[in-house]
Design a protein around this ligand. Structure first.
Ligand code: AHR
Length: 513
């Protein structure tokens, strides 16, 4: 009884200050044209930390339950996300990776030192076959990053032949010798990674010339058609995009962009789990700044490619904080809170608006690295809040985006106005309409009215992801602190949706027709 009294006293200040705010969203279903490519939901798997070894791959002789070396728990969890594509082997690692070291009998594969990430020994036991077979098991398309920084044109050309040729050619025969008769389907290839930095410290003019040369010898074998992605800019480097569009626009299918939600590149990036409300809003402000960055890159692309043939591929995005205390600084292992879940949701809400140009995005990274879907520790595994956003947003893959306008309270973060309520809506392939809403307010709830235009739903159901505290996260001891729950706070009233959102919550609503 005493405890109850104490608890209610502690809760008093929250009740006193928390308010129910209002926001409104207007859907324009008659303007719905753009399809949200499923590739917006892409993943990224680099040879970094415990992503590959321990995270995805434990080897056939591991006591951790596995299928041909891939750990079963992670495989099962990833299958539930309907992953459309996976980028591999890097990242910075890609420009030091020599693919021939990763084929043939595993015990004979040469070792190397992973100079980019922690200086650990890479034994190459996970190579081309292991990656492409994983993609087949997950039903996703591979996106292979080629080594331009320290690899030769010949090496790259042979890799494409090895993976995709069905002919009586040297590399196709080598593949057969290594146990794979039929070629794999490999559509997406990256020609270098961060060539302005870890991928060779090049100038855009020099990279453009190199790109022309490398891409020439990345051949289409049989009916395999390569989608060649040029190594694009980092966040605010608009000159890189300009020079590449001018010099190689006619030779690329896509150009990449990397944008991390990070405090800064020097000094501390802040803790992933111990932060205050100011840090929380700072991160979300930095996250939504991507929209301005995208618009500037897209404006440049439009000038050279008005018909929007070339895709903007945001093939690295997500949060970047200090590593988990006590872990190898080169392993980039970090926890994920409801703040990270918001970064995922707000990013998707933005990406969905520009899918006439944004053809793919890849969150960094899938397991145990940066804003991951999954964390493992030996045999243990947990799903992060970010995983749950990817899962809740699944119906948006290949759905038709419904444009919308939002009127909501704004807060000033990093000298910019940020709407407290963010939303996206789409007509999905199952005929239903999905509306996702995010209320980033750490204290106040929101009564959101959604005007549906000519959509007349028969019913509404939904799920919510929320947390008691902004720093809450899932641990191996308590893996379900943040997990989706049934949401009953939405109703249809007078042709509108009325949604009663708690503070710091993400809601995905399903409207049945
Ligand atoms: O995702 C981690 C690293 O970030 C990648 O290897 C690199 O491309 C980027 O700088």
């Amino acid at each position: 009884m005493k405890r109850l009294l104490l608890m209610s006293l502690l809760l008093v200040p929250v009740f006193l200050f928390a308010q129910q705010k209002t926001a409104s969203v207007v859907l324009q279903p008659d303007q719905a044209r753009l399809k949200i490519s499923k590739h917006i939901y892409g993943q990224f798997a680099e040879h970094l930390g415990t992503l590959i070894y321990g995270g995805l791959w434990v080897g056939e002789n591991s006591p951790i339950p596995n299928t041909k070396g891939y750990r079963n728990d992670v495989l099962e969890a990833l299958k539930k996300l309907s992953i459309p594509n996976m980028r591999w082997p890097g990242g910075c690692f890609a420009d030091e990776y020599h693919w021939m070291d990763g084929i043939g009998p595993r015990e004979k594969r040469p070792k190397m030192v992973n100079t980019n990430w922690g200086g650990v020994v890479e034994d190459n036991s996970f190579g081309t076959h292991e990656f492409l077979n994983l993609c087949e098991m997950l039903g996703c398309e591979p996106y292979v990053s080629m080594n331009v920084g320290s690899g030769s044109v010949e090496e790259m050309a042979k890799w494409v032949e090895y993976m995709t040729s069905s002919g009586d050619s040297p590399m196709a025969n080598l593949r057969r010798q290594n146990g794979r008769e039929e070629p794999w389907k490999v559509r997406y290839v990256g020609v270098g990674n961060e060539s302005w930095g870890c991928g060779g410290n090049m100038r855009p003019e020099y990279y453009s010339d190199l790109y022309r040369r490398y891409q020439t010898y990345a051949r289409n074998y049989g009916n395999n058609r390569l989608f060649k992605v040029a190594s694009g800019a980092s966040d605010y480097d608009y000159n890189w995009t300009e020079v590449l569009m001018k010099n190689i626009g006619n030779q690329m299918s896509g150009i990449s962009l990397h944008y991390y939600t990070v405090k800064g590149w020097s000094g501390s990036k802040g803790s992933a789990t111990q932060f205050n409300t100011d840090d929380y809003y700072f991160t979300l402000g930095k996250c939504v700044e991507i929209e301005e960055v995208l618009l500037k890159h897209m404006e440049i692309m439009d000038r050279y490619d008005a018909r929007k043939r070339i895709g903007l591929m945001v093939d690295e995005w997500g949060t970047w904080f200090d590593v988990e205390p006590g872990t190898n600084p080169g392993f980039l292992r970090q926890q994920s809170t409801i703040r990270d879940a918001f970064v995922a949701a707000l990013s998707f809400n933005i990406f969905h608006k520009y899918t006439d140009r944004i053809q793919m995005t890849n969150i960094a990274q899938v397991v145990n690295v940066l804003q991951s879907m999954i964390l493992t520790d030996g045999p243990k595994m947990l799903l992060t809040p970010t995983y749950h956003v990817f899962e809740m947003y699944k119906p948006f893959q290949e759905a038709t985006n419904i444009p919308l306008t939002i009127t909501s309270e704004k807060m000033t973060i990093r000298n910019k106005e940020v709407a407290v309520v963010s939303a996206t809506a789409a007509k999905a392939q199952d005929g239903k309409v999905y509306v996702a809403l995010a209320n980033i307010d750490a204290v106040n709830g929101q009564q959101v009215s959604v005007a549906l235009g000519n959509i007349a739903p028969k019913g509404v159901s939904g799920r919510i992801l929320t947390a008691q505290n902004i720093t809450d996260h899932n641990t191996f001891e308590k893996p379900s602190v943040i997990a989706p729950a049934t949401f009953t706070g939405a109703k249809i009233q007078g042709g509108q949706l009325q949604v009663n959102m708690p503070s710091k919550s993400i809601v995905v609503l399903e409207l049945s027709m």
